[in-house]
Design a protein around this ligand. Structure first.
Ligand code: FES
Length: 72
């Protein structure tokens, strides 16, 4: 789905940017150019970034404790 029509940026591109190392809305914005023209996409773009950062953090937390891990 297109999030930023002015720059032609999709939610998938925003998610990819977060998975590739962007760790804030500001970084995603400077990488992809979202919200740099009319700005109408800013709220949705922030929401996608926030959700994706949450997914990355929870997947990293899951890696810290693999399925077979048993606390002593
Ligand atoms: S829709 Fe993103 S800047 Fe216009």
């Amino acid at each position: 789905m297109y999030v930023c029509l002015c720059e032609g940026v999709t939610d998938t591109q925003i998610r990819d940017a977060v998975y590739e190392g962007c760790c804030s809305y500001r970084e995603v914005r400077s990488t992809l150019g979202i919200a740099s023209q009319c700005g109408k996409c800013a709220c949705l773009a922030k929401q996608v970034v926030r959700e994706t950062i949450g997914e990355v953090q929870s997947s990293q937390a899951a890696l810290a404790y693999p399925a077979g891990f048993v606390a002593a």
